[in-house]
Design a protein around this ligand. Structure first.
Ligand code: ZN
Ligand code: ZN
Length: 411
């Protein structure tokens, strides 16, 4: 038996999205409807009722872990997702290229995404190779747009340090400080502050930024750091169930979470982690991966991006594209006698709120072990009447359980 787990980030919504319907309900989805007719629906609390999830903690929960026990911060997933080597003792950060101007009091934030820079990041990454702190090994990699990841390695470092990102235009960059009275936190905070200052010195007169300023764009002249984390201790899904899994994801964070759980990353050309991703290429990669792996986890980010942008049309259009470019292909080409599929979101990102909310998300299971329920479409209201009821997290363990991979608890 094979398993397919598809997570559309921020899939869930509210009736306020589109005149009384969520974007998922408003979307025209004949292929998802066909799957709903063959399977069963339920309502999923990604972490638990009333808990407002981040994408990283929600994914850990959906994959079967207790995020309250294992989560140390997002930075480590960003670094793993960029393919960096992360070892015990390393501290990892999510990094942003940002725009600042100097002032008497310190560096003042102009834009925390450096005008969503989309060119020249590799040259800036190159310049940041000159970051140097005695006794500390520093690795920085730029990813998409303003995003990047930073790892520091050395003796006696701690993840208990505050971020430098003030999250507010016009505010001074924050100084990193220890957040717990733990050995190493003071030293690590000091390193972060030095790296921040050095990043400004290395980037402020860089040719990429001189060109940006000449063209009326904001310079990417500092690195903001947040999400300090060390490597979590996670037993791999294979060690728990025996099932070997692969991950298909454009966003580094999701690749990183899945790799931390022991899945093998399969790169897909055209997977951007955005609304413009090549969904068809991902569908074909799922079919290919099923030949060599017991299960495949495929992540799509466009739904969440549109939700954060409060763009209902984009969110609905992305769902309709998933229907035609992913679910149609799966319906036609998967061997449904020996395959189970689970489809859900990691949380709601309603249009009117523009961020993650506590509301439950519809979840769909299809396959030979799943008892059909009367649903003929997928949406929050029908999901509430579905045969799977309402449950919290653990979607992958349920999927693997239907595929007969679950270990027995007790005798
Ligand atoms: Zn998410
Ligand atoms: Zn989000």
């Amino acid at each position: 038996m094979k398993g397919i787990l598809i997570i559309a980030d921020g899939l869930g919504g509210r009736p306020t999205d589109m005149n009384g319907n969520t974007c998922l309900e408003a979307a025209d989805t004949p292929y998802l409807d066909a799957l709903a007719t063959r399977g069963a629906l339920g309502l999923l609390d990604p972490i638990g009722p009333g808990i407002r999830p981040g994408s990283d903690t929600a994914h850990l929960s959906l994959l079967g872990y207790d995020p309250y026990k294992v989560y140390t911060g997002r930075g480590v997933f960003e670094c793993l997702g960029m393919g960096m080597d992360v070892q015990a003792g390393d501290i990892c950060f999510r990094a942003n290229f940002a725009s600042v101007e100097p002032s008497q009091e310190g560096l003042r934030l102009l834009d925390r995404r450096a005008g969503r820079i989309n060119e020249g990041q590799k040259e800036l990454e190159q310049a940041l190779q000159a970051l140097a702190i005695p006794g500390i090994e520093i690795e920085f990699l730029a990813s998409t747009q303003h995003r990047g990841a930073l790892r520091i390695r050395g003796e006696g470092l701690s993840r208990f340090v505050s971020e430098t990102d003030p999250h507010e235009t016009g505010a001074l960059l924050h100084e990193s400080r220890p957040t717990q009275d733990e050995a190493g936190a003071e030293k690590t905070a000091e390193i972060i502050n030095q790296i921040t200052q050095q990043s400004y010195e290395l980037l402020k007169d860089h040719p990429v930024n001189r060109k940006r300023i000449a063209e009326g764009e904001l310079p990417a002249n500092v690195m903001l750091l947040r999400g300090a984390a060390n490597c979590p201790v996670l037993p791999s899904i294979e060690s728990i169930t025996g099932a070997r899994g692969a991950v298909i994801a454009g966003g580094a964070l999701y690749r990183g979470v899945a790799e931390a759980c022991g899945m093998t990353y399969l790169p897909v050309a055209g997977a951007t982690g955005g609304l413009d991703t090549n969904i068809r290429a991902k569908a074909n990669a799922i079919l290919e991966a099923l030949k060599s792996y017991d299960y495949v986890f495929c992540h799509l980010k466009g739904t969440d991006n549109a939700g954060h942008d409060r763009n209902a049309q984009d969110k609905r259009a992305f769902i309709e594209r998933m229907d035609r470019e992913l679910f149609k292909i799966l319906i036609e080409q998967v061997n449904w006698e020996s395959t189970h599929l689970a489809f859900t979101g990691d949380h709601c990102t309603p249009i009117d709120f523009g961020d993650h909310t506590v509301d439950p998300v519809p979840v769909l299971f299809v396959g030979p072990s799943i008892p059909r329920d009367p649903s003929t479409t997928i949406g929050i209201r029908v999901a509430g009447q579905g045969g799977l009821g309402r449950f919290s997290g653990r979607v992958l363990p349920m999927l693997l359980g239907y595929c007969n991979w679950a270990p027995k608890f007790g005798s």
